[in-house]
Design a protein around this ligand. Structure first.
Ligand code: 6PG
Length: 264
């Protein structure tokens, strides 16, 4: 699908006009993955250059879970894109994690490892896994928030840790990360990661909170398939959790395929 100037496929198509931020629409999930991969490499390069001016040149990213981002991660892990970034500068976090062992097929960390992290030279000390297999999820979440605060300097003292990029998916009920409708985690403003509860197994989760999502420099949703139409409408109407993602002074992007865009 063609759009306006800028990113390939950029432009408002039908009902996407109500989505906040920039929207690009692509022919299919493979097109979404390719566009998001190229966009992410540019974001990483800019972040590394910016951070070299005041620090050691890191790119701090929170990866999305679920199934949609797998194709994006696989593209990053293979040529020609694999050689287009300094993997040693990447510092990897997660938007959320399911309460299961890291080796479990349901684990978002496992998915990212299989598709990306096992195939690129990011040091293990730069991959920060949410330890959602622990019995005390509150403690695990609090410790994760402390790691975030130590490694992602906030804009203002005491404010939310600032990531360079957050990747997000969108559930059919409008959840994102593991911020589910009606969950108390939606109201948290003074912690960076908390336990939450999903409406599908694995039910118990750890999730980043809105303050961290909104502090990020770049936030991108990857949404494919007609089944996400109701959720996208919920974002436009402000009736679902994903509508709460509003970067304070960062940029928000939607990478949609035609089926998702047409379903709005
Ligand atoms: C999770 C994800 C979740 C996901 C959406 C979309 O742990 O379930 O973080 O927020 O992004 O449910 O999932 P799909 O990409 O599989 O549609």
């Amino acid at each position: 699908m063609s759009g306006g100037a800028g990113l390939p496929g950029e432009g408002r198509v039908g009902g996407t006009a109500g989505l906040p931020g920039t929207v690009t629409v692509h022919d299919d999930p493979a097109g979404v993955a390719a566009a998001a991969a190229d966009w992410l490499l540019d974001v990483a390069g800019a972040a590394i250059s910016r951070d070299r001016r005041s620090g050691d040149g890191r790119f701090r990213i929170a990866l999305a879970g679920g199934s949609t981002p797998r194709a994006l991660y696989a593209l990053l892990a293979t040529e020609p894109r694999r050689e287009r970034t300094d993997w040693g500068a990447w510092e990897v976090f997660f938007g959320d994690e399911r309460a299961c062992p890291a080796s479990d097929p349901s684990s978002n960390y496992r998915m990212a490892r299989d598709a990306l992290l096992d195939h690129v030279p990011i040091g293990p000390e730069r991959v920060h896994r949410m330890e959602a297999e622990r019995a005390d999820l509150d403690a695990a979440a609090a410790e994760y928030g402390t790691v975030l605060a130590k490694t992602c300097p906030p804009d203002l003292p005491g404010s939310a840790p600032r990531l360079d990029c957050v990747l997000l998916g969108l559930g059919e009920n409008g959840h994102t990360a593991s911020l589910f409708p009606g969950d108390p985690a939606l109201e948290v403003t003074d912690r960076w990661a908390v336990r939450s509860r999903a409406d599908y197994a694995p039910y118990d989760r750890i999730t980043l909170t809105f303050p961290v999502l909104d502090a990020a420099r770049e936030v991108a949703f990857l949404v494919t398939g007609a089944a996400k139409g109701d959720a996208l409408r919920g974002v436009i109407q402000g009736t679902v959790p994903a509508a709460g993602v509003r970067p304070s002074d960062g940029a928000l992007h939607w990478f949609l395929d035609g089926a998702a865009a047409a379903a709005i």
